[in-house]
Design a protein around this ligand. Sequence first.
Ligand code: UD1
Length: 392
Amino acid sequence: MRILTIVGARPNFVKVAPLMDEMSRHPDLETILVHTGQHYDHEMSRAFFEDLEIPEPHVNLEVGSGTAVTQTAEIMLRLERVMEETQPDVVVVVGDVNSTLSAALTAVKMGQPIAHVEAGLRSFDRTMPEEVNRVLTDAISDFLFVTEPTGVDNLLREGRPKERIFLVGNVMIDALRRFLPHAKHRALPPELCARSKHNGGLAGSYGLVTLHRPSTVDNLWTLRAIWEGLEEIAKEVPLIFPLHPRTQNRMKEGGLCDSWQDASNGVCLVPPMSYLQFLKLQSEATLVITDSGGVQEETTALGVPCLTVRENTERPITLSEGTNVLVGLNGSRLVQEARKILRGEGKKGQVPTLWDGQASARIVRTLVDQIRPDHLSETGGYALPSRDWRPT
Ligand code: UD1
């Protein structure tokens, strides 16, 4: 069976690492990895392939940055040729980025079965580009691999047939479990150590910050309110803040920071970090402040208190079972909740069932069982799963 897997952006790389590793254990599987090139900076892409030991992609479509429409359309145009040449039996897409939707659209137009890993998550906020990507990808996928029970409910409510939905756990946590021991021994960038030592950080307790969503960083008023909250928290605990390119640009435009050196207020700004460095910092942090989806899950798996600077989350299990607290786009609530954590009153959570490091094994097993040679169609390819999707 030939499986074509598509990645494009930073969170995708973490998810495909355990999947590619698992696929390599099945001698009957031929795997092809395609990188769309949505993320292309060394720190946003190659550094992740190195840390996560992901094989070199067979093809890089090199689409680069652009508007969401250009990015989506370009990926489709370039991917069509690759799919024509490779004729995969199933196309695997992960997560909710523009590359995910583009690849799923291309596959469905070419009549190829699609497996969506991390299906069913819903924030119910259609202003988020990721929510639109999730809803549309799930609507056309044939295998829906889900991380938490609410995802199953969402898909059933949207009329997806239950025999296509598989609650398998979380591939991002597979990666975390596999790489945490390596991360613990990972050296941190010397400039980070030097600067945070200057602020009393790293040796003692510190907070870790990540913000990059358009809804958090694109509006200067919102960004300023959160930044002021961070400066307030940094009076009590040093903060380390690796900056996504989008956030760095917005902070420069808004006059909030000029350079990496600007750490006099206790907030240490650094370039984006590699997977292992970030995982090490996360696992040893006193608190994490984020607007990322994956970081909400990783902190829950690590048992580290997490404050999510968003009005909603598509990962509600991190609230109901994990260490996550939603603080909204509100600087003063952020400070209030951070102080609680610093007083030792942070939320204690538990790790959700099935987040046990075995999700990739369940996914690959399911694909191997479901798309078998005895399902060969008359034309010689593997038979498509039924696309008769009337709600039951
Ligand atoms: C994308 C995902 C988001 C994910 C995030 C992780 C979508 C809709 N969003 O957002 O869900 O959480 O990746 O990082 O797909 N840029 C660089 N170098 C790079 C990549 C991007 O400088 O390697 C800059 C470009 O100016 C670009 C901007 O960052 O325009 C935004 O990049 P883009 O890929 O459009 O989306 P992200 O904000 O990274």
